[in-house]
Design a protein around this ligand. Structure first.
Ligand SMILES: *Cc1c(COP(=O)(O)O)cnc(C)c1O
Length: 389
């Protein structure tokens, strides 16, 4: 099929909830992908932070196809090897106590919200259920997670929403203090807001918030769905801040392209959910976990150092470009404020010239595959420079 045919069939049959770019992609390798007509694109998006090892990485393909030939699924009524292996890797690297596997970022956040509520319920009774999130946050599309999302336009049409969510101004500890009460059971944050515009939390704010939460036994949930799995140059972004959240959610980059999500439980709250409290049919699926194992194997200290160095190079090159007002985010999670050009227009113009980028609110957002080569980086930056100046 050619691009026109693919697009036409999609428009006729797929529910129109996505604002797709006017582009079909049929295959990819490394940080490059191709249209049905053979046009090549450098990818600075990783399929929104998912393809952490790039397109069709050899080791990853071997891992998931090998698992597909062995056992694709059996359900959580039985023990299997890949989910235990992936969980053990996450536990060893973080020092956390337990993992729960699900399928999407929203689902991981739902699970964390449930865990926080149950933890508080068991210790303090049913009146301590409020969860404070940050304005401009994004936590997913299910009913609880759109309610948790601190953006007004998500809070329409789907009433009644879940009760007990409050929103605080990011990087404003005084505002947070006015929202915290004896009804608060958890605070949920992104270290760098992704969909909300690549807004980074300040160290002082995070340190003070973490110590208030500790003091009052309020669980700190860090949504690492976009920031996690090496995206910021550390396995998790909270590591940059020297804090130990109670619950950490992850998804996007974890499976390297397969749907998988996880919740890390700190010792403090690892007993909150017990048999029968939570579950999901696909959770810990062997093929998705085999993908995750390969991703984590690759993300060793040397790999993460390389991510930090490539990110530093990209940031310094982008800062020098005409038309750039500010570069935000951490590591390979790059936000760009433009002086004049509209970010959506920049995306269109880049695609026109062979580079795939994203927006986040008014900013351009770059989430290159973590394995991107210097050659591919330079090729992409050249196009970006032409488009922005
Ligand atoms: C993408 C994202 C989610 C939602 O993940 P889905 O897999 O789309 O449900 C939640 N939180 C953050 C920070 C995200 O970036």
């Amino acid at each position: 099929m050619n691009s026109l045919e693919i697009k036409e069939r999609d428009r006729q049959n797929i529910l129109g909830t996505y604002a797709r770019n006017d582009l079909c992609i049929t295959k990819g390798s490394g940080a490059a992908c191709y249209s049905p007509e053979g046009r090549r694109f450098i990818d600075f998006s990783s399929g929104i932070g998912v393809n952490s090892l790039g397109f069709c990485d050899e080791g990853w393909v071997r891992a998931i196809t090998g698992q597909a030939r062995t056992l694709q699924h059996i359900s959580n009524l039985f023990y299997t090897e890949p989910c235990g292996e992936l969980a053990e890797m996450l536990i060893k690297r973080t020092g956390y106590d337990k993992v729960f596997f699900g399928n999407s970022g929203a689902e991981a956040n739902e699970g964390a919200i449930k865990a926080a509520r149950k933890y508080s319920y068991m210790k303090y009774g049913g009146k301590r259920f409020e969860i404070i999130t940050l304005i401009h946050s994004f936590h997913g599309r299910t009913l609880a997670t759109i309610t948790a999302t601190g953006q007004e336009h998500f809070h329409k049409y789907f009433d009644p929403f879940i009760e007990g969510f409050l929103y605080a101004e990011p990087n404003d500890i005084e505002d947070m203090k006015t929202k915290i009460s004896d009804r608060t059971c958890a605070v949920m944050i992104e270290m760098v807001q992704g969909e909300g515009g690549i807004n980074t939390l300040d160290q002082d704010y995070v340190s003070e918030l973490a110590s208030i939460c500790r003091e009052k036994d309020i669980l700190l949930i860090v949504d690492e769905v976009q920031t996690g799995i090496g995206r910021t140059g550390k396995l998790f972004a909270f590591e940059h801040y020297g804090i130990e959240p109670d619950l950490v959610t992850m998804a996007k980059g974890l499976g390297g392209g397969l749907p998988i999500a996880g919740i890390l439980f700190h010792q403090r709250c690892a007993k909150a959910l017990v048999s029968g409290d939570h579950g999901t049919t696909y959770g810990g699926n062997p093929i998705a976990c085999a993908g995750g194992v390969e991703v984590l194997k690759r993300l060793d200290d040397g790999f993460l150092k390389d991510v930090r160095e490539k990110a530093a190079y990209m940031r310094s090159e982008i800062e020098k470009m005409d038309g750039v007002a500010e570069v935000t985010g951490i590591g390979m999670m790059i936000g760009i404020s433009l002086k004049e050009k509209d970010a959506k227009q920049a995306v269109k113009d880049c695609i026109e010239k062979g580079l795939i980028i994203l927006t986040a609110k008014d900013r351009v957002r770059l989430l290159p595959p973590l394995t991107i080569t210097m050659e591919e980086i330079k090729e992409g930056l050249n196009i970006l420079k032409q488009v922005l100046s």
